[in-house]
Design a protein around this ligand. Structure first.
Ligand code: SF4
Length: 325
């Protein structure tokens, strides 16, 4: 079956592949890397405009390494999983102007797990190395009718299937099949190129076996929407180790140097569900004045928020406080 699967998959991919901005040949390792990082946990349609903006602002690895983290986070705002942006920036600074060309060397850089290292090494540098993501796990779990938790077995099978010299195309084709045909719900088996050899086609919903979703812990904090007479709002940078670390948000308490004028009133609760957590922010607002003592606290005038890294949750809070984002 091994050679047969690649033989069926690659001609299909040659004609069915989507024309995506990061698929321009010859592949630029930097662009492959940025796209792979953005695509983790995020749909292609969401990623495309972020990718284009990011590449306009940081067209090269050196441009990314030279930029302040704030600028990187600003362009990442709304894409979520901000550790990805922080690691991208750290790795750009660590690799001295060029990405290393093997998955083993890439693994030594911040944010490069087995998947990302294999994706960059195989797609951009032609290394014969397998990869497995959610799409590949699903395709292989169905094609080989893998019972139970399919991830470890999917890695083994992906390595066995890899056609020498064509790993990049093969990896991308498997992921494309998972995204376009062998989708989580309602896979399009009648149009699938590997249907004749697929062992799970009669019951694709059984593979991979459903996993129990862990209960999301609840994270709660208080936030203060402090506004000045000219419409500016006070924002504070979140601590690096916190959720949304390095992003700008409403402060959780009155910052040093700031005086609250008049009454503090409630704006209710703002909630957001993240993949691994529920977050609930209790919001209050007041007029304020003064000059913050910390460089990580600043007044931001209306229109200035677009230049800052701000999470979707913080935007929700700002809108609740009547601040335009
Ligand atoms: S035949 Fe169906 S279940 Fe099997 S790989 Fe193709 S789309 Fe997935």
């Amino acid at each position: 079956m091994n050679s047969t699967l690649a033989d069926r998959l690659l001609p299909w991919f040659a004609t069915a592949r989507r024309d995506l901005p990061w698929r321009k040949e010859p592949r630029d390792p930097y662009r492959v890397w940025v796209s792979e990082v953005m695509l983790q946990q995020t749909r292609v349609e969401v990623v495309v405009p972020y990718y284009r903006r990011f590449l306009r602002r940081f067209p090269t690895l050196r441009a990314l390494a030279a930029a302040p983290l704030d600028d990187v986070l600003a362009l990442w705002s709304g894409l979520g999983y901000y550790a990805r942006a922080r690691n991208l920036h750290r790795a750009a600074r660590a690799c001295g102007g060029a990405l290393p060309s093997t998955s083993a060397e890439l693994r030594a850089l911040p944010g490069f797990g087995p998947y990302t290292a294999a994706a960059v090494a195989s797609l951009a540098f032609g290394e014969d190395v397998a990869l497995v993501d959610g799409n590949v796990t699903r395709v292989l779990a169905r094609a080989f009718a893998i019972p139970g938790d399919a991830k470890a077995m999917a890695w083994k099978i992906a390595r066995d299937l890899l056609p020498a010299g064509r790993a990049g195309q093969f990896n991308e084709a498997l992921m494309e099949l998972g995204a376009m045909i062998c989708t989580p719900r309602a896979p399009d088996c009648p149009h699938c190129p590997i249907r004749p050899i697929c062992r799970g086609k009669d019951d694709p919903a059984s593979f991979p076996a459903a996993r129990k979703r862990p209960v999301r812990p609840l994270l709660e904090w208080r936030a203060l929407a402090l506004t000045r007479g000219d419409g500016a709002v006070l924002l504070a940078r979140r601590p690096a180790e916190a959720l949304f670390g390095g992003l700008w948000d409403l402060p959780v308490e009155r910052p040093e140097g700031i005086r609250i004028l008049g009454r503090v009133s409630s704006l209710g609760v703002v909630e957001q569900t993240l993949t691994h957590r529920e977050v609930r922010v209790t919001l209050q607002t007041a007029r304020a004045s003064g000059t913050p003592k910390s460089p990580d606290v600043r007044w931001v005038v209306p229109g200035g928020i677009v230049a800052l890294g701000v999470s979707s949750l913080a935007r929700k809070s700002l809108r609740r406080a009547g601040v335009s984002t």
